[in-house]
Design a protein around this ligand. Structure first.
Ligand SMILES: Cc1cc2nc3c(=O)[nH]c(=O)nc-3n(C[C@H](O)[C@H](O)[C@H](O)COP(=O)(O)OP(=O)(O)OC[C@H]3O[C@@H](n4cnc5c(N)ncnc54)[C@H](O)[C@@H]3O)c2cc1C
Length: 401
């Protein structure tokens, strides 16, 4: 078991980063072992730049890999029933504002084989998904232009959206209620010897010992890994989200993924408010761009594509926009979890590439099992091991939005 008796300024488990991953890891570690001394170092309790607060906050079962479907299925309960699973005695019941709105993946004829292959993966995991023909699509979604489409995949349950900031705060409050101590500080160095981290040195001048450390620094995980001499291919890639108002009320839309890669979905209940975003081409997708929304892209690319797919979107205005960082793993677009062969006590929970919020509960529980028991006990997350960076294995997710 994890114990670090060294001195008072120490912990059994020291988590670097208090976004959704750090909070989930702290919570599940303490549920597995309530005696653990868990500290979380987070420099910004307002989460102004954290991905968890700037996320589009959506959850889907429509992935291409079985494990990602299973991780969403586990996470759904935490997102949809926080008042039960994240309740803190004596506090008002937490909420995440979950709306079960569904996802709709559109496909051209060229995209149908991939859509059908993904559908088979999802059905094998009992995901409630249906393939629709263009005629069925048109009948169901009168606002959609089905020209050029050969079909689509619709989530019939267990998919939707929620508030990432509120979810993170609920996980954090639950972890604190179980004994996790959050400190407002930033790790600036990791002291290591003999293949293990001994101390984390903070901006505030503390030198903290721990038996185990967790890199939960989201888009900044690469810099934390570098402090341990490890090269981690996780890059901060800017993603802009536009909040839109349509002149006409078209009603509820699921989260629609267009064949162009652009996505949009209803926001709120008015039927005339939406959010939308897209993934830039690789050559435009530089690392560490300033966290300012890419406003010029709306006129140039986003609006014409939206209006081509939904004619009512010809009359649309941007009410506001924001940008956040995907913590992007360009190698296989999937999480990097667990221990790296180069370090015996630094655990990774990084690289989710735009689908981390919905997977935080499953990843946090899995990492906690690895730390406390030395092995996964529930869902086997070993295909996501960070060690695959060294041995060359890949676990490719094709449904990256
Ligand atoms: C625009 C956008 C849309 C998204 N949409 C979705 C979606 O629909 N569904 C979904 O599941 N996911 C989505 N994601 C991805 C999801 O938000 C992330 O995968 C998830 O929030 C990552 O959580 P995290 O805790 O790793 O990172 P963060 O929330 O960024 O937290 C990392 C924390 O580490 C702290 N930190 C950094 N460096 C240090 C240091 N040296 N010492 C101590 N602390 C440090 C930071 O202050 C930060 O608070 C989206 C992301 C973006 C940007």
């Amino acid at each position: 078991m994890l114990t670090n008796p060294e001195h008072a300024n120490s912990a059994d488990l020291l988590i670097i980063g208090g976004g959704v991953m750090g909070c989930a890891t702290a919570l599940f570690a303490l549920q597995l072992d309530p005696t653990l001394r868990v500290r979380v170092l987070e420099p910004d309790p307002t989460y102004a730049r954290a991905s968890s607060a700037l996320s589009a906050g959506s959850i889907r079962q429509q992935f291409s890999t079985p494990l990602n479907v299973q991780m969403s299925q586990f996470g759904l309960a935490y997102v949809a029933q926080p008042e039960t699973l994240l309740a803190v005695p004596g506090e008002p019941p937490p909420t995440t504002g979950f709306i079960e709105g569904g996802y709709l993946f559109l496909a051209t004829a060229a995209g149908m084989p991939v859509l059908e292959a993904n559908h088979a993966v999802q059905r094998a995991q009992d995901a409630p998904v249906a393939l629709l023909s263009p005629a069925q699509l048109q009948q169901r979604f009168a606002w959609l232009n089905v020209e050029g489409l050969a079909g689509a995949s619709l989530g019939l349950g267990g998919e939707g959206w929620f508030d990432g900031y509120m979810y993170t705060r609920a996980l954090r409050a639950k972890a604190q209620s179980l004994g996790a101590v959050f400190t407002t500080d930033r790790v600036v160095a990791l002291e290591h010897e003999a293949g293990c981290i001994r101390h984390a040195v903070t901006h505030g001048g503390e030198r903290m010992a721990a038996a185990a450390f967790v890199n939960a620094a989201g888009p900044w995980a690469r810099s934390v890994a570098a402090m341990a001499g490890i090269e981690l291919p996780v890059f901060a890639r800017r993603r802009t989200v536009f909040a839109l108002r349509c002149a006409s009320t078209i009603g509820h839309t699921p989260l629609v993924i267009d064949t162009s890669g652009l996505w949009f979905r209803s926001e709120g209940h008015s039927g005339s408010q939406f959010i939308a975003g897209w993934g830039p081409n690789e050559e435009d997708d530089a690392d560490d761009l300033p966290l300012e929304p890419e406003l010029q892209a709306f006129e140039a690319h986003v609006w014409p594509t939206l209006a081509a797919r939904v004619p009512a979107f010809e009359a649309l205005r941007v009410e506001h926009a924001w940008a956040g960082y995907y913590e992007f793993n360009p190698i296989d677009h999937n999480a990097l979890l667990g221990l790296h062969p180069a370090c015996g006590n630094l655990y990774f929970i990084n690289g989710f590439s735009g689908h981390g919020l919905q997977h935080a509960a499953a990843a946090g529980r899995g990492l906690a099992e690895l730390i406390v028991h030395g092995a996964y006990r529930s869902l086997d997350l070993s295909p996501l091991t960070v060690a695959r960076l060294v041995d060359g294995r890949r676990y490719i997710e094709r449904n990256v939005i």
